[in-house]
Design a binder for this molecule. Sequence first.
Ligand code: ACM
Length: 696
Amino acid sequence: MAQNVRSPGLGLLVFCILLYPAMTTAQQPASNLMPLPESAQYGTGSLAVDSSLSVVFTGYTEPRLERAAQRFLRQLAHQTGLPLSLKPSKTAKATLVIQTDHAGKEIQEVGEDESYILDVSTASARLRASTPLGTMHGLQTLLQLVDVSPGGFAAPVVTIQDRPRFPWRGLMIDSARHFLPLDVIRRNIDGMEAVKMNVFHWHLSENQGFRVESKKFPKLHELGSDALYYTQDEIRDLIAYARDRGIRVVPEFDMPGHSTAWFVGHPELASGKGPYEIERRWGIFEPAMDPTNERVYKFLDELIGEMAKVFPDHYFHIGGDEVNGREWDANPKIQAFMKVHGLKNNEALQAYFSGRVQKLVTKHGKAVVGWDEVLVAGVPRDVVIQSWRGQASLARAAKQGYRGILSNGYYLDLGWPAARHYAVDPMSGDAANLSAEEKQRILGGESCMWAEYVNPENVDSRIWPRNAAIAERLWSPQEVRDPASMYARLDFVSARLEWLGLTHRTVSRHMLQRLAGSASPAEFAALRTLADVIEPVKDYTREQTAPAEPTSATPMNRVVDAVPLESDAGRRFVEMVDQFVASACHDPASEARLRSQLTIWRDNDSILQPLAQRSFLVKEVAANSQDLSALGTMGLAALDSIATGQPAPDSWKAQQLAILEQIKKPKAQLLLIPAPAVQKLVEGVAAGGACSIAKP
Ligand code: ACM
């Protein structure tokens, strides 16, 4: 066999040909598609897209499909500026012929057929799918294919066969910590549709708010939400809106912890004495439901029964995360109960609680999803485990017979670059060693938007565009993993997502405008130059570096709230430096571009400082601005040293590195992204560095 690999025989050749579609997908550099399809065979020529474009349904149709076609046409009109007729065509000669075989499930299920085949020729496009879900995905693909061309708008000739790698591709939005109005949720659902995500996990209750109207227990939302909640009618509308886009809605009612807001109206559910108030701070708090109180289960039975009717999805998320157990420890009645029932510790007590709640959820016809804390001995097999604390729990769950979804690695609030999320695969880590049967239990993943530091204004910019990279990870073949290709397509898709009403690109400018007040155009440009290369601190350091304890009442009008979580300009500068250093610092074009960028940075601070004197919000980043200027000066000095053909002396290098150490420290909770790349230049020109000083 080993010999065969070096000198391919016929068998290997056939094998390669069979693999070919997937390989062309992975290597298709000019594609705009995100997520990339399972296979795409590009031909020559293109299909003209002009105002005569028409759509016809030949096979099965239903009102949802007709609305999807209307949405497609409206979006295409938006994309092209063409006046398109929204009326469905009656002729089989239409530009786009859609054939759907049959209806999907009345209540969308996990694992329904979402595949489609899209054939674009120079004369027409043909979309075939077994269910409306596949048809809707195919329409999104076609929208991404249409682009401007020398002769007009057009889609390339291509045959795409596509289906998702995982059946559960979700986005969780926490609209409990900060309430998010429905228009915000809807436009994010539009974004999910565009990148083929199919689960909206709605985190609806927290210490900071109970966000759903309960007709059975109105004190929950009346006293627990500051009047910021969704009515049941609004929720039904939203669920219909999501279903129209092939998206399931899974509600989460987090218990027994993360539940202070419930206790404001219903202190009898809690393990402590109360009274309770809506929590304004962030973190993990003591209040927790009393697992030993039968009234709690009676209450939950009625509430889950009520909510099971509002949310038709088969899955019901009961949270289960981060119970610190202090109220349980302090309650003698609970301690006595634990002794009598042989519950050795708080974990066992929580397992008892989860088991009881799981029975209630089952009684109301649903299956439980829980955070990985619920994975303890004896948990029923139909519970779906959502792994957030590490990838290992996903593999452990699968080994033990549980189905699971991965969220560890997909926390959008941690501020990671898209490439870091993109590199996380549900089947990697411990999951890579699972048997085929165990792997089947891994249903997919969910990105998570926790809402300590988001509000209706900036939430889109915390979700997008990075979420599209996660959507691709969950849809496309595992071998699709080139970050350069991902970033190129992400740029394209990001711009298009804004046409859906998402504000992730424009909002930063608006927020900076507010910070800048009556800045001159030059000052505002200088603020943007700085804002373009700083990112909020990562992971959970936002709390640790806060100037004062943040709460839900803290304004989110600072630079840290306005700038994107990933700096495109910063990333491009890093790439530029890498390219330059890879040429042993000889490539004159790279050098010229670096010089031009570094000069702008060096000179930026003197333009920005007067504005910092007039705006307290800009003043907060005055030190960041000085750092950027210092980086510019330092980078230029490194380039000068290369130009003289002399390695920089060690003393100079040591001095610059000391300055860089200061520059790399977060200020105003912001990181200066180009700093490590400038460090590469400094190290490169020192004796023994990567830059060969003697020019060839
Ligand atoms: C979680 O992040 N506590 C699920």
